[in-house]
Design a protein around this ligand. Structure first.
Ligand code: NDP
Ligand code: 8X3
Length: 255
């Protein structure tokens, strides 16, 4: 990473809540330069003000689904923030939990556009500079849903399987370049995730009842840990779950 006295520059997408906000908070404690991105500009401004006591922060209102906007925003970053050392591709969402034959196709498209298209557009814009400088780290936020299927996980889980495989394929391309790639794959975590998924605060609350779920700070710690390993160490994949969560048994429907 940068020289002894140069702080790292870290871009976090989806920094307006949950994992992204916690990750920005974690890196801010190290006094890095932070670019925080998300659609809700008011939240970005508030977070930037809050973190500015320890870090230099550049709020970047951005919808990752808008390729032209992403390309423009990332190619015109202020000079102090333009040389990115770490990209945390965290922006993403799940919508709905209906079985595939009843699911809403617009919601499927929005998940693909955000979790996959958005992620690859941001990545493609950022990695040439990292390769040129011979250093960098791309941390993609996948999910246990990309490995273990569950009813209603249909397209959401598939988008996260894409994130997992894209991360490994990035590794294959970037090996030896000084640019590291990690896929961090959390299980159930209490953020705004379920509120977004169901659009219903009461229903969202029930998801975490009786469970000590992961929280944003747990994932922020994991992301911070993979990034702060010595440069010769690449954590390929890091999967985390709450102690109270595990895998489903095979479903057998008997007639
Ligand atoms: P939150 O809903 O709290 O945060 C999601 C973030 O993504 C928000 O900051 C939101 O910002 C941003 N985002 C969503 N759509 C867009 C978009 N089109 N453009 C830019 N930013 C966008 O949920 P989490 O923190 O839980 O989710 C973060 C990531 O972690 C997601 O990729 C999610 O799939 C993944 N994940 C979550 C788990 C969980 O149980 N919570 C477990 C495993 C993975 P804004 O709305 O302001 O644009
Ligand atoms: C979020 C975890 O299990 O709700 O990616 O799909 S889960």
């Amino acid at each position: 990473m940068p020289g002894m006295n140069t702080p790292m520059t870290v871009l976090v997408t989806g920094a307006t809540s949950g994992f992204g906000e916690a990750t920005a908070e974690r890196f801010a404690r190290d006094g890095v330069r932070l670019v925080i991105a998300g659609r809700r500009a008011d939240r970005l401004e508030a977070l930037a003000r809050r973190l500015s006591t320890t870090a230099s922060v550049h709020p970047l209102p951005l919808d990752v689904r808008d390729r032209a906007a992403v390309e423009k925003a990332l190619s015109t970053l202020p000079a102090d923030f333009a040389r990115l050392d770490v990209l945390v591709n965290n922006a993403g969402l799940a919508l709905g939990l209906e079985p595939a034959h009843r699911a809403n196709l617009d919601e499927w498209e929005q998940m693909i556009d955000t979790n996959n298209r958005g992620l690859v557009v941001v990545t493609r814009q950022v990695i040439p500079g990292m390769v040129e400088r011979g250093r960098g780290h791309v941390v993609n936020v996948g999910s246990v849903a990309g490995t273990y299927p569950y009813p209603g996980g249909n397209v959401y889980g598939a988008t996260k399987a894409f994130v997992h495989q894209f991360s490994l394929n990035l590794r294959a391309d970037l090996v030896g370049s000084g640019v590291r790639v990690t896929c961090v794959e959390p299980g159930m975590a209490d953020t705004e995730f379920s509120l977004v998924r169901f659009g219903d605060a009461e229903k969202a609350k029930t998801v975490y009842q009786g469970v000590a779920p992961l929280v944003g700070a747990d994932i922020a710690d994991a992301i911070h840990w993979v990034v702060t390993r010595p440069p010769h160490v690449n954590v390929n994949v890091l999967e985390l779950m709450p102690e109270q969560q595990a895998f489903a048994p095979f479903a057998v429907k008997r007639r």
